[in-house]
Design a protein around this ligand. Structure first.
Ligand code: KG4
Ligand code: ZN
Length: 342
């Protein structure tokens, strides 16, 4: 069975075709980063308009790459939420239009489920149960994953998501939007120990996170540097270095606590921040010290993409064929969709 996956929840348009026998056949992605950069964040109206422009050329691209035509696709999966309503409607509209004209079944996918299952696109696949550390621009969650569709929330951020903390801090350091990757690069040029930054909720005894205080602490340090004329490249790199250390420390400590609490030895890290090099290296070390196995998605599937949606759709239809809807007349999106409501 071949499933077309469509992702359009935020600022990336993704298309992919996943075959349940052969794996991923093709994927294509368009990032809107350049369009939103000058506004310092995602502008929903611009996002929707660009998804409309990009969707069909990307569809053509994945069909060409996989040497298939539309009628050879057996089902269509699209991100129904959570995300920006207008952006989601573009993917939903394209998915429903295709399903209607081709008379193929359609399945609604939860964006976070796509991220959680994304390491299953790799060679080395996690087995159930596993702990998932989901770290994206909008979410920071620790989950116990017993099977496809069985996700128990163990803890989450009480304020900013990890990616949001990266982006806001990058903005403070003048690195543009979204600044996660740029901040991580700058951090590599710095050294530790020049700034004292907090590790919020490190000893809270819970699996919840809080990152807004960390961003505020960076902001205070920047103000001090500016007031004393020391806001220069070296100090920014050192500050970025200490920021990344602080965030990595908290993520690792909470994740190890989750593994200990649940006695599970398998860890999956997914979402945009899982591309972070410092975190990947530190988690590899921490996991092996704790005799746990950690798996990350391939770098190209850490941030939003269509492949994870096609995969989630294929796994769901294979397991629960009745979830694929044959009625294409009601275009449905769920901009606010808690993971436990799928
Ligand atoms: O999963 P994603 O593409 O979108 C959401 O579903 O939110 O995650 C985007 C987030 C952004 O905040 C971005 O700055 C962050 O992932 N990110 C990174 C890195 N690459 C992307 N953060 C830290 N280090 C990176 N290398
Ligand atoms: Zn995402």
């Amino acid at each position: 069975m071949r499933v077309l996956g469509i992702e359009s929840s935020c600022d990336e348009t993704g298309m992919a075709i996943y075959d349940t026998e052969q794996g991923l056949l093709a994927h294509a992605l368009h990032s809107q980063v350049a369009l939103h950069a000058e506004y310092g964040g995602v502008v929903p109206e611009i996002a929707s308009r660009d998804h409309i422009q990009q969707a069909l050329p990307l569809l053509q691209e994945v069909l060409n790459k996989s040497q298939l035509n539309c009628s050879e696709i057996n089902a269509i999966a699209y991100t129904a939420g959570p995300g920006l309503a207008g952006a989601l409607l573009v993917g939903a509209g394209i998915a429903h239009g295709l399903a209607f004209s081709l008379n193929k079944p359609i399945i609604l996918i939860h964006h976070l489920e796509g991220h959680i299952l994304s390491p299953l696109l790799g060679e080395q696949k996690p087995s159930f149960p596993f702990i998932a550390l989901l770290i994206s621009g909008g979410h920071t969650q620790l989950l116990k994953v017993d099977d496809i569709g069985q996700y128990s929330l163990l803890g989450e951020t009480l304020d900013d998501a990890a990616g949001e903390a990266f982006d806001k801090t990058a903005q403070l350091l003048g690195l543009g939007y979204p600044g996660g990757a740029a901040l991580s690069q700058l951090a590599k040029k710095g050294s530790s120990g020049y700034f004292t930054l907090p590790r919020p909720m490190l000893h809270s005894g819970t699996l919840d996170f809080s990152f807004s205080g960390l961003k505020t602490a960076v902001s205070v340090q920047i103000q001090k540097l500016k007031a004393t004329n020391h806001f220069n490249q070296t100090n920014c790199a050192n500050l970025a270095h200490d920021f990344v250390n602080a965030i990595v420390d908290v993520l690792i400590s909470k994740t190890l606590f989750a593994l200990k609490k649940t006695k599970i030895k398998q860890l999956v890290v997914a979402g945009g921040v899982s591309a972070n090099e410092q975190l990947r290296t530190a988690l590899d070390v921490a996991a092996s010290q704790n005799k746990a196995n950690v798996l990350f998605p391939d770098l190209k599937f850490c941030t939003d993409n269509g492949a994870m949606i096609a995969l989630a759709g294929a796994l769901r239809i294979k397991r629960w064929p009745e979830q694929a809807l044959k009625n294409h007349h009601f275009i449905k999106i769920r901009p606010r969709w808690p993971l436990n409501m799928i």
